[in-house]
Design a protein around this ligand. Structure first.
Ligand code: NAG
Length: 139
C-alpha cells in the first residue's frame, strides 16, 4: 500500500511544477514536437496562403527562436506562441500540392528567402482554436 504522505507529496510536487511554468515566458527548443506540429499544421499553411506563390514556401532552416507563455483560461491551459520562420521556395507546385504535404517539400537553396514572424494563441492540444497572425518580409 502506498503511504498517503507519499501521495500528498507527489500531488504537491506536480502542482508546484505546473505552477512554476504557468504565466512564465519560456524558450521552446527547435525540436519541440508541439512547436513542429504548430509550424507544419498552422503557421506554414497560413504563411503560404499569404505569400500566394505558384510554388509552396518551406523552412530554409530549423531555427524558429520560439517562445511560449501559458496561462489558465476558462479552466484550461491556453498558450501564446511567437516564432520566426525563414522561408524559401520549394519545388512543390501550389496548385497540385496539398498543404498537408508541406513537410515533404524541400527548399530550393538558390531561391529567394523571406522571414515570417508568427503569433498564435490557442487552447493546448486544440489546433482548431488557434488564432494566428503571420507577418512576412523579404530577408
Ligand atoms: C530554384 O530557384 C531558382 C531561382 O529562383 C530557379 O531559377 C530554379 O528554377 C529553381 N529550381 C527548381 C528545381 O525549382
Amino acid at each position: 500500500m502506498v503511504d498517503s504522505k507519499v501521495l500528498v507529496y507527489i500531488t504537491v510536487s506536480i502542482a508546484v511544477v505546473s505552477c512554476a511554468t504557468i504565466g512564465k515566458l519560456l524558450q521552446v527548443p527547435d525540436k519541440d514536437p508541439t512547436l513542429r506540429n504548430l509550424v507544419y499544421k498552422d503557421g506554414l499553411p497560413k504563411a503560404n496562403t499569404k505569400i500566394h506563390d505558384t510554388v509552396l514556401w518551406v523552412p530554409a532552416t530549423t531555427q524558429f527562436s520560439a517562445r511560449r507563455i501559458t496561462v489558465m483560461n476558462q479552466g484550461k491551459l491556453y498558450s501564446t506562441w511567437t516564432y520566426d520562420m525563414l522561408l524559401q521556395q520549394s519545388d512543390c507546385r501550389s496548385s497540385t500540392t496539398p498543404m498537408s504535404d508541406l513537410a515533404g517539400c524541400k527548399p530550393n537553396s538558390s531561391s529567394p528567402k523571406t522571414l515570417c514572424s508568427v503569433h498564435t494563441s490557442l487552447f493546448d492540444n486544440d489546433l482548431s482554436s488557434a488564432e494566428t497572425e503571420v507577418y512576412c518580409t523579404k530577408a
